[in-house]
Design a binder for this molecule. Structure first.
Ligand code: BGP
Length: 470
């Protein structure tokens, strides 16, 4: 392929992505309320602990709340064009249903955004990233309750209004499809018998679709230049063999993910899903006007995370050969290596996902998470030689560039966790993604000092050459 078409466009948004609950800490400071992350000491896949007796690394995070100036200066040193972060709902509405927003919470993000702007870094805001006020879980039952839509809309309108002159790029829900796999984290859902209940999950999904459409509507009204995206965890599935049954199993598995972006981007429920609801006695309660609202307020771009690919097999012998993923188990792909956490490394899969999503929606894509979680070692001379991370990122960036050559429109790339932070799936700090090392361990011990890893200068060079010097 000629290098004429394989070029990152001018203004490509290179940067990094984080989530409030995984790095801010200060979980009770300046009027912040408790969020679902604050009561999830073992990560998003484990049950909550409302008694809060267990040690919870999210409570202190990496203290970004107090160190953001220092950290943003390091991002600026790498040449970041964009920084994706989330606004903790509980800093703005501590209980979720409060009448008035918490001024100190609003001020924190004002100051943080100003700091980014001072360094010419474009803020990219996720409105809700894996946390909601515990008050909305305890008093309303989470997203299965329609009233939560109104609380979310109020939250979204409040932050749109406050930051309207400073923030153009928004996303409504982080990895919205994760609601299916982690219903407490994704939707504040608890099930009496501990068994996932699809009725509640899909009802909650409907409410999030309505809330997302209301946010798109409000955002476009309040900030005419805004671009508001959805955000899915992309989970491309390959058929294990060319057996037709395997192919259909892969397609069915992918639809569990694409259902979410289908509704948010196309603006209607696909028939494969409406039929699934009928077949499984799932009855989604909708209000008058919901379908029109979804249709009229579709997203401007498709944001997604990409870490790995999956494999579907209908062969019984594969049941035993399952591999760990962040959200669910799949069959091992014999052609791929996996990370220390079992995530199957597949750069070419990113090119395929980009093509699939663009073919399906014809909307710009924004790769808002990608990266390698690994154990890093600080050498005696203080260096951290994370060549494995450089290798992972380089191969993925190459495939993103190939996808651009294929004709896919990509707005930007924000790698996950440019600074080490607390993991979402396992709530530990041992699993690191950063270009910047944080001296803090999974027990919360350490100086919190920031140290540049080898990948720091490498990524800086990628950005400086707009992806030419790979
Ligand atoms: C995504 C989440 C992030 C992030 C990332 C890495 O699913 O949106 O919040 O944490 O995965 O996952 P982990 O932290 O479990 O390694």
């Amino acid at each position: 392929m000629s290098s004429q078409t394989r070029k990152f466009p001018d203004g490509f948004l290179w940067g990094g992505a984080v989530a409030a609950n995984q790095l801010e800490g200060a979980y009770q400071e300046d009027g912040k309320g408790l969020s679902t992350a604050d009561v999830s000491p073992n990560g998003i896949m484990s049950p909550p602990d409302f008694s809060m007796t267990q040690f919870n690394l999210y409570h202190e995070g990496i203290d970004f709340y107090h160190k953001y100036k220092e950290d943003i200066a390091l991002f600026a040193d790498m040449g970041f064009k964009a920084f994706r972060f989330s606004i903790a709902w509980t800093r703005i509405f501590p209980n979720g249903d409060d009448q008035e927003p918490n001024e100190k919470g609003l001020q924190f993000y004002d100051d943080m955004i100003d700091e980014l702007r001072r360094h010419n870094i474009e803020p990219v805001v996720t409105i809700s990233h894996y946390e909601m006020p515990v008050g909305l879980v305890k008093n309303y039952g989470g997203w299965k309750n329609r009233q939560v839509v109104n609380f979310y809309e109020k939250f979204a309108r409040t932050i749109f209004t406050r930051y309207k002159d400073k923030v153009r790029f928004w996303m409504t829900f982080n990895e919205i499809n994760v609601l299916l796999h982690a219903p407490f984290t994704g939707g504040g859902l608890l099930f009496e018998d501990g068994q996932k209940n699809e009725q509640d999950i899909y009802q909650a999904a409907h409410h999030q679709f309505v809330a997302s459409a209301l946010a798109v509507k409000a955002g476009h009204e309040i900030i005419p230049v805004s671009q508001i995206g959805c955000m899915i965890a992309s989970m491309i599935t390959y058929p294990y063999s060319s057996r037709p049954d395997d192919m259909f199993a892969a397609l069915t598995q992918d639809r569990k993910t694409l259902f979410f972006s289908d509704v948010q981007s196309r603006g209607y429920y696909p028939t494969y899903m409406s039929n699934y609801f009928i077949e499984n006695n799932i009855d989604i309660k909708m209000e008058n006007g919901d379908l029109e609202l979804l249709q009229e307020n579709t997203v401007d771009y498709i944001g997604f995370s990409y870490y790995m690919s999956f494999v579907a097999s209908t062969a019984p012998e594969h049941e035993a050969a399952k591999t760990a993923g962040n959200l669910f188990e799949g069959v091992k792909n014999p052609y791929l290596q996996a990370s220390e956490w079992g995530w199957q490394i597949d750069p070419k899969g990113l090119r395929t996902v980009c093509n699939q999503l663009y073919d399906r929606y014809q909307k710009p894509l924004f790769i808002v998470e990608n990266g390698l979680g690994a154990v890093d070692k600080v050498e005696e001379d203080g260096t951290i030689n994370d060549d494995y991370r450089i290798e992972y990122l380089r191969e993925h960036i190459k495939e993103m560039k190939n996808a651009i050559g294929d004709g896919v429109e990509i707005m930007g790339y924000t790698s996950w966790g440019p600074i080490d932070l607390v993991s979402a799936s396992t709530a530990e700090l041992k699993k690191r993604y950063g270009f910047i090392y944080v001296d803090r361990d999974s027990q919360g011990q350490g100086s919190n000092e920031r140290i540049k890893k080898k990948s720091f200068d490498w990524y800086k060079q990628i950005i400086a050459t707009n992806g030419e010097d790979l």
